[in-house]
Design a protein around this ligand. Structure first.
Ligand code: ARG
Length: 609
């Protein structure tokens, strides 16, 4: 007979499992062991584990689907074994696991896994006792470059997408205990500063002593651009100011600083409203590093002259599109700053994972930067992962690029204001202004407004374009923030109805066991315990719509549970006559799981809505 060993942790029984982990990953380990034990020559094949959808619950909770593929492989090698036969062998060779209740071979050769209810009940209690603990993953130092608008130019909906996706990516990776650096790669160093500074000198000659009143930087930018295009003298001076700024001349620096401060305040107002945290490290930060990366590339013989410019090919064979490292006037470009930045991030920050949350339109740029960094040995692809987390454009309801009615780009603060207005209208139409206090109403208004804007961005596959529609995002049915927030408040009100009786959750936990006998109780428990699987899945290629789908699933499965399993029984006078405390604990565990997911998605849960 085969020696069975306990795996993955020391625990001998479900009662001892306190560590959080992904069930799928755990089962992958179990079956990887089984495969290498039963069929050592196929020990390296990827293990296939899938959750069983609950309509076919009689086939267990998870399945291992490797037997069919193994049979095929063996046949190619001249060995004839049926998938069922192989599945039987795998079943026998599985090491003991405290999370597995039993294994069975079914159908054409599936190994059906029945999870242990003791383990599930215990895990749910752990969630209630200790909060949701992250699964164990290999920790990395990650830099997330996101938001990154440009000074004096409009922060547009593309930057909004980057801000929302980037913040959630950071929260997900922080939850998984990675060492995350959040970087706002502000466009604060381009040639546009030459004309801005020159214009500032003319309009507010006293700017060195008194802060100039440039509230509307966009029109200031437009004015200066117009002069740049029409006035020869102005144009010359603008070029001069770029040179003096980049060489650190104090008056130009001061002017630059003033202009940046105006933009900075506008950006910060948006970040505060959306609860986004960023460290500013704009292109200007890399000025000295651009000088040194040019030397570095020149010494490595990577630079080539091309009509006065110095360019670098991303590939040895001169395929692809070359980067412009030095312009013919000696200035640097977007390419130069990204080469300096990637070098800084790898060599000085020691990051092993660098994430750029930028629209898909820049994918050629980033691929070229990555290839070039590899070519000159800044980047070692086996040690460093560079990752363009790209996203599609935002469309209006007419299916065209998102614009205001008059055809202008939409100002982000106006967009957020509109969301606030719409969400208040909705709350009023439900009569919430009569039930909630002014403070509660305001919190609900913000939660709905900002929540729906973020969620409608995150809930689609980010690669595709998406249609911005307040009507759709404020719908309270379907996979929307509003539906999730309402379901969450409903769950919270269940335990709240019990008043003092349920105040001391920890005490309840000590005296009440979670029972998972009803089919819908079991389904809810299994759904909640998928959370770690989902987090790991989302983190692989940074797709947050899987987490949104999971939240939606939790809410619908909860509703099924709540419809068929009473938690609190009342008589016709509305008095409580019976409480199923195990089920109330299930409600609380559901709320805890949703809270954690909401946090990552940037939704603010409110207990009253
Ligand atoms: N400022 C740029 C833009 O608005 C985005 C910068 C993205 N980050 C980077 N390292 N290139 O398009």
């Amino acid at each position: 007979s085969i020696i069975r060993q306990s795996i993955a942790y020391e625990a001998k029984s479900a009662m001892e499992v306190t560590e959080s982990f992904s069930i799928t990953e755990h089962l992958e380990n179990v079956f990887a062991r089984a495969i290498s034990l039963a069929f050592p020559e196929y020990g390296n094949i990827p293990v296939i584990i899938a959750p069983v959808n609950s309509a076919s619950a009689k086939y267990g909770d998870y399945q291992c689907n490797n037997a069919m593929g193994l049979a095929k492989k063996m046949k190619e090698m001249g060995v004839n074994r049926t998938p069922r036969d192989i599945a039987n062998e795998l079943q026998k060779c599985c090491p003991l696991s405290p999370i597995i209740n039993k294994l069975e071979v079914g159908g054409a050769g599936f190994v059906n896994v029945y999870l242990s209810k003791d383990y599930a009940a215990q895990s749910l209690k752990n969630i209630l006792r200790h909060g949701i603990k992250p699964p164990r993953v290999l920790k990395r130092r990650v830099l997330v470059d996101f938001s990154s608008p440009n000074i004096a130019k409009q922060m547009h909906v593309g930057h909004l997408r980057s801000t929302i996706i980037g913040e959630s990516v950071c929260r997900l990776l922080e939850f998984l205990q990675h060492d995350v650096i959040r970087i706002n790669h502000l466009g604060d160093w381009g040639t546009q500063f030459g004309m801005l500074i020159a214009h500032l000198e003319d309009r507010f000659p006293d700017f060195l002593n008194k802060s100039p009143p440039i509230g509307d930087l966009q029109s200031f930018y437009k004015e200066s651009k117009k002069r740049f295009d029409t006035e020869e003298e102005f144009k010359k001076r603008a070029y001069n100011r770029v040179v003096s700024l980049q060489s650190g001349e104090p008056n130009s620096r001061k002017a630059w600083q003033l202009i940046c401060d105006v933009s900075r305040q506008e950006f910060q107002a948006i970040y505060d409203r959306l609860d986004v945290t960023l460290r500013e490290r704009g292109e200007s930060f890399y000025q000295s590093r651009m000088l040194s990366v040019v030397d570095f590339l020149r010494n490595k013989n990577m630079l080539e002259h091309d009509e006065g410019r110095q360019i670098m090919w991303p590939n040895e064979d001169r395929s692809g599109i070359p980067l412009t490292i030095v312009k013919s006037d000696g200035g640097f470009t977007y390419d130069t700053s990204d080469m300096a930045a990637i070098r800084h991030r790898i060599e000085e920050e020691h990051c092993t994972w660098i994430i750029y949350v930028v629209d898909s339109g820049q994918s050629t740029h980033f691929n070229t930067i990555f290839k070039a960094a590899e070519r000159c040995c800044i980047l070692n692809p086996t040690a460093h992962r560079v990752h363009h987390v790209q996203f599609g454009v935002v469309l209006g309801e007419d299916g065209k690029k998102f614009k205001t009615r008059s055809g202008d780009t939409v100002k982000l603060s106006d967009l957020l204001n509109e969301g606030m207005k719409r969400s208040l209208e909705q709350l009023r139409s439900r009569g919430r202004d009569e039930i909630l206090t002014a403070q509660e109403l305001f919190e609900a208004q913000e939660a709905v407004a900002y929540g729906c804007i973020k969620y409608s961005d995150l809930c689609h596959n980010r690669i595709s374009d998406y249609v911005f529609s307040f009507d759709k995002m404020l719908d309270d049915r379907g996979n929307t923030a509003v539906y999730l927030l309402y379901t969450y408040t409903r769950i919270c009100s269940i335990a709240r109805n019990l008043g003092d009786d349920f105040c001391y959750l920890l005490k309840v936990l000590d005296t009440v066991e979670i029972v998972l006998n009803h089919e819908k109780e079991w389904k809810l428990a299994k759904t909640l315990l998928k959370m770690h699987d989902i987090m790991i899945k989302c983190s692989k290629d940074l797709f947050l719509h899987f987490l949104c789908e999971f939240c939606y699933e939790v809410c619908t499965v909860f509703t099924e549970f709540y419809d068929s399993c009473y938690c609190i029984k009342k008589n016709k006078d509305g008095e409580i006559i019976e409480v199923n405390r195990s089920r109330v604990l299930m409600c609380e565990a559901t709320a805890a799981v949703l809270r954690q997911c909401f946090y990552i998605l940037g939704l603010k849960p409110v207990s009253k809505l």
